[in-house]
Design a protein around this ligand. Sequence first.
Ligand code: ADP
Ligand code: MG
Length: 254
Amino acid sequence: MKPEFILAIEGANKTFEGFRAIRDLHFYMDRGELRTIIGPNGAGKTTLLDLITGRSKPDSGRIEFEKDTDLTRLNEYQINRLGVGRKFQTPSVYTDHTVFENILLSLQDNRGVFAALFSRITPAQRDQIRGILATVGLADKADWIAGNLAHGQKQWLEIGMLLAQNPKLLLVDEPTAGMTDEETARTGELLMSLVPKHSVVVIEHDMTFVRQIARKVTVLHEGSVLCEGTVDQVQNDERVIEVYLGRKKKGDGA
Ligand code: ADP
Ligand code: MG
């Protein structure tokens, strides 16, 4: 039996002023997967996330979410409400509020900033927020003003804010940029802990990090999937060595 997929992209194309950023892209992901996408600068990785989240529309092709929802017909807000969360590279937390309040403000059923902050928090909400803070490793920072967190901690808080919306699919673009080695390793642990409850796509450059978290890796090149496999498989793939690492393998006569 075919595993249930969370995302299926078939023949997607996206052109910017004549430049084909995404070309005939096919991409399939099972529910509960942690998928890593790598590829050189300009390969179309961020554009791919834009197409999935409805930030921009493909010129052609289908982007199917779960059983049969065609995301290309929906806007960014509708796609988010369906359960697609996205973490951008720069963290956007409410810097004047506490860590706890940041999660509270992001809860799925929140009734607006003021209502959320001034109405009573139910015990269930408090438990949910504490659970999320434990997941992202900020349980002991609940009362900190978010603006005072270290860079890595802000990134984790933002992942927590996304989790508060209970996304089915979480898209994370270069989460470890600017992080220390220790923060990077902890981010890997965090992302791995999210599956299989959530399906997760991680775009990343840092191959040490990719090796830490990756099960299946998709290599994007010039807007198409060049190859897929384990880290070892893609790192030893001749085409990947040529285009991604930008050099030929020793001893191939070239
Ligand atoms: P990656 O994230 O893999 O580095 P991007 O998806 O950001 O690559 O970009 C892929 C290509 O599409 C790049 O050449 C980029 O310049 C181009 N591109 C992306 N967005 C736009 C846009 N809004 N307008 C014009 N060109 C764009
Ligand atoms: Mg990018």
